[in-house]
Design a protein around this ligand. Structure first.
Ligand SMILES: Cc1ncc(COP(=O)(O)O)c(C=O)c1O
Length: 387
């Protein structure tokens, strides 16, 4: 199949070829790859909950009691009690009337957007929104208007331009997954309300880390009840797998009837749901990991500012160091690997051309020594950094 080989060769020639590493072991932020122990700054397990003893126990017990799988989609064999139990907990966590669990955050975005909007509607989307939002917007068939990253003037312009359209949906990530900066959610919700538009916020990376009780960026900005539709994932700070939508009861009811990525797929298994429920309890119950995460971020940002490797943003635990070409980013990543540090290079199409980078993901499990080790390793690299 020549066309496949051609495509692969083309990716290799442009330094865009990807091959997933095989991690044989993972203990917190330490991973073993090809027999070598590495310090990882590549994980979304921001609070270390994926290996928390209580979370693992909840998953194991639920699996032993109810089985490894659910054997059907929710609408075929009927949802099991543990799905509704988790959904009740998510709704409470996000201060919403109801919630619906999906098999992943990607599927949640696809299900929500395609259920809410169609060819007659307009969706206005930040240019840096995650691929799952981009794909979902396309699948919906709605007119998609993309505004420059966080540019409220352009968002306002788009809202005015389409003011005759009955249903307009503004969609944004709350904490941008690749740039690590926060969306101006207060301005976005206010503008949308002013123009009679709806808002959808993907809170994937903020849950567990932001807000007084770790409920995410919507809590951080005091916007509970002001966002129409919320999407999140159970696979990042919650340490498990799955996604969810939360909002008014009628929204969730519509999703159960219209969201194809909910209807036509096997329901999440008991262990996955039990783990997520326990993780939500722990986030609210124990603020210490969240505080450690913040302290670690402050320490790293402070140290990086004294080096050539300036962070693009310092608003969160996602700290991007932009290096320019894919080749440079790959080389820096390789050199770090030689020094026992694992941070894969993000390259196009994940990031724009010329903005390849290291996405440094800080977690509550890193120690100050770990962070110092990363900074020392970066400083020892003789490649000029571009920001
Ligand atoms: C903003 C955002 N939304 C959704 C997703 C998808 O979540 P999941 O990994 O649960 O499919 C991601 C994952 O990278 C993300 O960053």
């Amino acid at each position: 199949m020549e066309f496949i080989v051609d495509q692969l060769n083309d990716l290799m020639a442009r330094n865009l070829y990807r091959r997933p590493f095989t991690v044989s072991e993972r203990h917190g932020c330490r991973v073993v790859i090809e027999g070598k122990e590495l310090l990882s700054f590549a994980s979304n397990d921001y609070l270390g909950l994926s290996q928390h003893p209580e979370v693992m126990k909840a998953a194991a017990e639920a699996t032993m009691r109810r089985g490894a799988g659910t054997a059907s989609s929710r609408l075929v064999q009927g949802g099991m009690g543990f799905h509704r139990s988790l959904e009740g907990k998510i709704a409470e966590f996000k201060s919403c009337e109801d919630a619906l669990v999906f098999s992943s955050g990607y599927m949640a975005n696809v299900g929500v957007l395609t259920a809410l909007i169609d060819e007659d509607d307009v969706v206005i989307s930040d240019e840096l929104n995650h691929a799952s939002i981009v794909d979902a917007c396309k699948m919906s068939g709605a007119t998609v208007v993309v505004y420059p990253h966080k540019n409220m003037e352009r968002l306002n312009q788009a809202l005015e331009e389409y003011s005759l359209i009955e249903k307009i949906l503004v969609v944004t990530e709350s904490l941008f997954s690749v740039d690590g900066d926060l969306a101006p959610l207060r301005d976005i919700t206010a503008l949308a309300r002013e123009h009679g538009a709806y808002t959808l916020v993907d809170d994937a990376h903020a849950i567990g880390a932001l807000g007084r009780d770790g409920r995410g960026a919507i809590e951080h900005f005091g916007l509970q009840g002001k966002v129409d539709f919320i999407v999140g994932t159970l696979g990042k700070a919650l340490g498990g797998l799955g996604g969810f939508a939360a909002g008014k009861a009628e929204f969730i009811d519509l999703l159960r009837n219209r969201a194809r990525s909910f209807i036509y797929t096997t329901a999440p298994p008991p262990g996955v749901c039990a783990a997520a429920e326990k993780a939500l309890d722990l986030i609210v119950r124990d603020p210490k990991p969240r505080k450690r995460l913040r302290d670690n971020v402050n320490h790293l940002v402070h140290k990086l500012h004294r080096t050539r490797f300036k962070p693009l943003h310092r608003e969160s635990h996602i700290i991007p160091i932009v290096l320019g070409s894919a080749e440079t980013a790959l080389e820096v990543s390789r050199r770090l690997l030689q020094r026992g540090i694992f941070i894969p290079a993000l390259r196009p199409p994940t990031v724009p051309e010329g903005a390849s980078r290291l996405r440094v993901s800080v977690t509550a499990q890193h120690t100050r020594d770990d962070i110092d080790r990363l900074v020392e390793a970066l400083e020892a690299i003789d490649i000029p950094a571009v920001t």
